[in-house]
Design a protein around this ligand. Structure first.
Ligand SMILES: [Zn+2]
Length: 333
């Protein structure tokens, strides 16, 4: 069986001494650590984060940095100062309402993301983990055909490309424009990260059955500077429990079918938000991902999601114990 590289996300603590103790534990079962770097970190915690990154390297972990909730565009339980400072850079829904996320065609936002890349590169990051980038949407609006973004920047770009205005409802031309927008945004920031000597990893929602999303999935996997393509098929989330092995294997195989030759593949394991008694599912899921042949497996998150309300497990200590146990067994450590 292929033995993937193992990693885990780490957040919620900015005390270097405490982080050192956690990182020693993580280094016993993982090859890399995914540090969230939010806008709060960018404004207030660079000094401590530099030390935490340094500690990560010292214990032998590769350092991944996650633009956590940046501009409301990426996944992450974090607020955006950029949106407060730049109300004119927000997205706008096609029914006229402002959307609380930065427009992906905003020059200011793209430059802000590059500033973030420069900071994490200086702090010692080696890989950027582009976490669930998305245009603002809700399923209710999407089914009604209401979409984002129709701000003046996007209107100008759409008019340049097609000669017409962005319509009020989703249609093939809008879907095409929306896909090109997110692709263009990621292409630019990934190229910048590459120039800074960093690798790029992308995680998309593990969702299927909606044609526009399948097209987006294929398009983003083919981004030229993308080193590792991934998704997060959590089997106990909003719509009841699925079989962990089947669910993870299905998406692992889908990742491997989509990834181009030589490109890495990463599968995220649900090590959070688990009810008591379900912790053993982690082992089945990790083995299914490894047997399918992905190159990277990661757990969200360290300590079983003991920190976040949205990620809290009933017994976080057991969730982490199960995660570290199966990682260690497979690594042979
Ligand atoms: Zn826009």
């Amino acid at each position: 069986m292929n033995i993937p590289k193992f990693g885990v996300s780490y957040f919620g603590n900015r005390f270097p001494g405490h982080a050192h103790r956690d990182l020693v534990v993580i280094s016993q079962c993982c090859d890399y650590v995914v540090h969230t770097v939010s806008e709060t970190d960018l404004h207030h915690h660079k000094g401590a984060l530099g030390k935490i990154f340094h500690e990560s390297r010292k214990v032998g972990l590769e350092i991944w940095a996650d633009p956590w909730g940046l501009g409301g565009v990426f996944g992450g339980e974090s607020f955006s100062r950029f949106l407060l400072d730049h109300p004119d850079q927000w997205q706008r829904y096609s029914d006229g309402r402002p959307a609380p996320a930065a427009c992906l065609n905003s020059r200011r936002f793209r430059d802000y993301v590059k500033e973030w890349i420069g900071v994490v590169a200086d702090l010692g990051a080696q890989v950027i983990f582009w976490d669930e980038p998305h245009q603002s949407f809700t399923w209710t609006l999407e089914w009604e055909g209401v979409y984002s973004c129709v701000c003046s920047r996007c209107q100008d770009l759409f008019r340049e490309a097609t000669g017409g205005s962005l319509p009020a409802r989703l249609g093939p031309e809008v879907l095409d424009f929306r896909r090109k927008t997110i692709k263009g945004f990621l292409e630019e920031v990934m190229a910048y990260a590459r120039k800074k000597g960093l690798k790029n990893t992308l995680c998309l929602y593990a969702f299927e059955g909606y044609h526009p999303y399948e097209e987006l999935w294929n398009d983003l996997a083919s981004l030229p500077d993308l080193d590792i393509f991934g998704c997060d098929p959590y089997w106990r989330w909003n719509r009841g429990a699925k079989d962990p092995s089947d669910h993870v294997r299905h998406f692992a195989e889908k990742l491997l079918r989509t990834a181009r030759p030589g490109q890495g593949s990463q599968l995220w394991i649900q090590a959070m938000r688990l009810p008591s008694g379900a912790e053993g599912e982690i082992g089945w899921a990790v083995r299914a991902a490894a047997e399918a042949g992905v190159t990277h497996v990661a757990a969200w998150s360290f300590d079983g999601g003991a920190l976040l309300d949205s990620a809290l497990s009933e017994n976080p200590a057991r969730v982490w114990a199960e995660t570290s146990k199966v990682f260690s067994i497979l690594k042979g450590t």
